[in-house]
Write a protein that binds this ligand. Structure first.
Ligand SMILES: [Zn+2]
Ligand SMILES: [Zn+2]
Ligand SMILES: [Zn+2]
Length: 400
């Protein structure tokens, strides 16, 4: 360890506020001096441990702060790590510059409130949501301006059109009459009255002899939970441990968490590292699956706890999943399972609105109203589908 110049460092998790770096020459974990002042003042509890992104394994920081560790301090390109889009944080600036925004907002907040102790959790910046939000908005504006001419991060994401072209996705453009309704959803004039754009799309396909199921992502979580519980909760997996969480049904019905479900889960579940670690067992399990429709019903009770964990517990979603499994060929169900298990937390969202089928033909349809664009999750799904599942997909756009 002594004398190592840490020439071979990599960030263990770019999503941490104070980043940790692992040096593969000396096998130590450290932070960069440029984050020392901020870390010691505001986040001292985050300086002892880091958490590997791929596996969520926690590791101690062994060398504290060292000089010239992060790429920028070494004169290299900064790490690009955009956050997923969240309500209130959808702009590219707030998703790409989230660390800069968070650091500056925190610092500015406590500078204007010198009477507050940043380490007193009961009275932190987050107890003053409105005040903090105002500062944050100002910071976002300033950062937008600061990096307008010379961006620090190149936006790596592809535009909607690039994704549609790259994945060869057909776009069906339909003109419809939009009606403003009191509800928040857009209404269009359908065959019998005002309908949602999704219902409008269903009518369109029904005229062509197709049936359609309003699906989105959750039924695929049901499919995943039902067929995969056995290998994921395998008691022979050395990283399996007991987790406890509130019963989802109780929470949705009564808002309470009295009934705690205890079940087995691997500590790295849902990461890409999990699949790499268990690839042999997982592939073997999926390859052996057969008689899918029968198995779905048979494993429903056994998969209960795992599906609860995944929020794949509602009976209407189970019914939808059941229908999809009856239509999809065995190989397609297996490709869904492989796609999801390869990186569950990255791939579980973004499934299209409709599952449309007729006899042996089936496709996915993402419905968009006139102003609606593809979300990052939906782009990720389209690219993932092209690479791993190859389902027939269409975008159904209802124009004004
Ligand atoms: Zn080193
Ligand atoms: Zn640095
Ligand atoms: Zn949609």
């Amino acid at each position: 360890m002594s004398g190592c110049k840490h020439q071979n460092v990599s960030c263990i998790n770019p999503y941490e506020l104070i980043r940790k770096y692992h040096c593969s020459n000396c096998n130590s974990v450290m932070m960069c001096d440029c984050e020392k002042e901020h870390g010691e003042r505001f986040l001292p509890h985050q300086l002892r441990e880091g958490c590997w992104l791929e596996t969520q394994e926690r590791v101690p920081v062994t060398l504290g702060f060292q000089s010239r560790i992060c790429p920028e301090c070494r004169g290299e390109k900064p790490i690009i790590a955009p956050k997923a889009s969240m309500p209130g944080y959808t702009s590219k600036v707030s998703r790409y510059y989230w660390r800069e925004i968070a650091h500056e907002t925190t610092k500015r907040f406590y500078n204007t409130r010198p009477e507050l102790d940043p380490l007193n959790w009961e009275h932190s910046e987050f107890s003053f949501k409105e005040e903090r939000r105002i500062i944050e908005k100002q910071v976002i504006e300033e950062i937008k301006e600061l990096y307008r001419k010379a961006p620090k991060y190149e936006y790596s994401e592809q535009s909607q059109n690039e994704v549609i072209t790259q994945t060869n996705t057909e776009v069906i453009l339909i003109k419809a009459e939009y009606i403003s309704t009191n509800e928040r959803k857009v209404g269009v004039k359908g065959k019998v009255g005002i309908v949602s754009v999704e219902e409008y799309a269903s009518e369109y396909f029904s005229e062509k002899g197709y049936s359609s199921i309003l699906s989105e992502s959750v039924p695929f979580h049901v499919i995943f939970g039902t067929y995969m519980w056995m290998v994921i909760q395998d008691p022979c997996d050395p990283l399996n441990r007991v987790v406890g969480f509130g019963n989802r049904t109780e929470y949705e019905e009564f808002g309470t968490k009295n009934d705690i479900i205890h079940t087995d889960l691997p500590s790295d579940f849902g990461t890409s590292g999990y699949y790499k670690r268990r690839k042999y067992e997982i592939d073997k399990h999926i390859n052996k699956l057969q008689d899918m429709a029968w198995l779905f019903d048979y494993w429903k009770p056994y998969s209960h706890d795992f599906r609860q964990y995944l929020w794949a517990h509602r009976s209407e979603d189970i019914e939808t999943a059941r229908k999809i499994v009856q239509v999809l060929p065995e190989e397609s169900v297996k490709s869904v399972l492989k796609y999801l298990v390869s990186n569950y937390w990255r791939n579980f969202c973004g499934w299209p609105d409709l599952f449309v089928y007729k006899n042996n033909e089936h496709m996915f349809v993402e419905v968009k109203s006139s102003k609606d664009t593809l979300s990052e999750d939906q782009k990720n799904w389209l690219i993932g589908n092209k690479e791993h599942m190859e389902f027939n997909v269409k975008i159904f756009k209802v124009r004004k």
